[in-house]
Design a protein around this ligand. Structure first.
Ligand code: 5AD
Ligand code: SF4
Length: 462
């Protein structure tokens, strides 16, 4: 019998991309095959995101699209996995198209859930009942086993892999759904993480990105030693074959910060890139968000980072239009962005998430037009800064990890001779577009930068 074909569509963050990769690997091991074409699929899985309402709306409209496909293929199984599955649970099964609902902690069961749904022709629901209860040892072990079996199946970029070092979050920023869908913070044992990275390196991986909601609060007690992210970075630095180490995302906190920055300065493999969301530049709003720092304290951390790691590239996230954000609060955010000199900032409009503290206690007072205007204004402030910073690369030679063919054409054909356009990334996370042979994919290369835009550099292969 032919193996059953599974199509997986993924929404959301890098954590979700990693879950999608883990699910693909485990399904292939269980005898399924993965297809890029939804029309060929016997099973369609949607890996979902709940962080903003818009992300959820896209999933719902995708379910509508699958409904049409299913009309001509009634046996097709549709599974919703990830954050939205945990948040909405059996409500998702009210959509007649949906057969399986599987939360982030239950993904190790996905192959079994698909088989049961196919054989018994009934719906399957697997989510955590009390999401904030301490994670049960057997569930934790199942996730560990599932995670450690991962050996990088990302054909599009075989030289790079994500490795989760912690799950969940305990910060409870008032706007955020993550603690309610990903559960309490749990750091993974360092020996398992290191063993996994050694295996990835043996399989040809050269860059690892360590993932966690607040990766800098990583803490694992083993014998008499407490491992921090700094210890982990130093240990990964010693693994043969790994050339670049990145880590995301950081919470602005004093604890371990200097140690982590020193680990970056002292370990040649740790990329000089720090993603550390500020969310707002107004102390009043930061307090209402339950972020545990002030704008001045945040900027001090950036100064510290820059003094320990000269040349460090810093990126941030912001939410505009949080409840009761006045024009003055917003201008404080603009000022913070001007002072922070980010290489890049991600800006989002506040979206109330059901069950979070801000949604329950604060009215969503800022009209969408105002959120939109603040979003555009902040983006344009940041764009000027990004443009200035990227200009500094002009004429410089940079090392990049080549990812592969560029999806859209960026360069004129006269600029590139006969070679196709490739994209790669610098250690500071700039995309670099250049012409070169496809055989460079997955390898490091040096490029001389000839042109820049705010977020992308263009150059010639050296
Ligand atoms: N509304 C808008 N943006 C949000 N983020 C998290 N929750 C919300 C929300 N309810 C943003 C934060 C975070 C990024 C991943 O998403 O800026 O850093
Ligand atoms: Fe959400 Fe705050 Fe945790 Fe980040 S630190 S995942 S914003 S609760």
């Amino acid at each position: 019998m032919d193996s059953k074909k599974v199509h997986i569509k993924s929404f959301g963050c890098q954590m979700n991309k990693l879950d999608t990769a883990l699910v693909s690997t485990s399904l292939e091991q269980a005898g399924f095959s993965i297809t890029e074409n939804v029309k060929d699929a016997d099973v369609v899985l949607i890996n979902t995101c709940s962080v903003r309402e818009h992300a959820e709306q896209r999933v719902i409209s995708h379910i509508g699209h699958l409904k049409h496909i299913k009309e001509s293929k009634p046996d097709m199984i549709v599974g919703i996995i990830g954050c939205m599955a945990q948040r909405l649970g059996d409500k998702l099964l009210e959509h007649k198209t949906v057969n399986i609902v599987c939360g982030p902690a239950q993904i190790p069961q996905i192959a079994a859930l698909i088989t049961q749904a196919q054989e018994q022709k009934k719906n399957e629901l697997a989510v955590t009942e009390h999401i904030r209860k301490a994670v049960e040892e057997n569930e934790n072990q199942a996730l560990e086993d599932f995670e450690s079996a991962y050996s990088n199946e990302d054909e599009r970029n075989p030289a790079q892999a994500f490795v989760r070092i912690m799950r969940g979050c305990n910060n409870f920023c008032t706007y955020c759904i993550v603690p309610y869908v990903r559960g309490p913070e749990v750091s993974r044992p360092p020996e398992t993480i290191l063993e996994q990275i050694r295996k990835l390196a043996d399989n040809g991986v050269k860059q690892v990105t360590l993932l966690g909601q607040t990766v800098n609060s990583y803490q694992y007690k083993k014998d008499s030693k407490v491992w921090s992210l700094a210890d982990l970075l130093l240990a990964v630095n010693d693994i043969n074959g790994i050339e670049w180490i990145k880590f995301v995302t950081n919470y602005p906190a004093e604890e371990y910060f200097e140690d982590i920055m020193h680990a970056m300065a002292d370990s040649p493999k740790v990329c000089k890139y720090l993603h550390m969301p500020a969310q707002s530049g107004s102390d009043r709003i930061l307090k209402a968000m339950n972020r545990k720092y002030t704008a001045a304290g945040y900027l001090e951390l950036l100064d510290k980072a820059r003094s320990i790691v000269p040349g460090i590239a810093i990126a941030g996230d912001f939410i505009v239009g949080f409840p009761d954000e006045t024009e003055e609060d917003f201008q404080d955010t603009v000022k913070l962005v001007q002072k922070a000199q980010y290489r890049n900032a991600f800006i989002f409009k506040y979206s109330p998430r059901p069950g979070t503290t801000s949604e329950k206690r604060l009215e969503d007072t800022i009209p969408d037009e105002v959120k939109q205007r603040r979003n555009v204004e902040l983006l344009s402030v940041q764009e000027k800064i990004s443009e200035e910073l990227s200009k500094e690369y002009s004429g410089k030679e940079v090392k990049i990890l080549v990812e592969g063919l560029s999806k859209k054409p960026h360069l004129n054909s006269s600029e590139g001779g006969n070679n196709p356009q490739l994209i790669g990334r610098t250690e500071t996370d700039y995309i670099v577009v250049f012409n070169g042979p496809v055989s460079l994919a997955g390898k490091y290369a040096w490029v001389k930068i000839t042109k820049s835009s705010p977020l992308t550099l263009f150059g010639e292969l050296i």
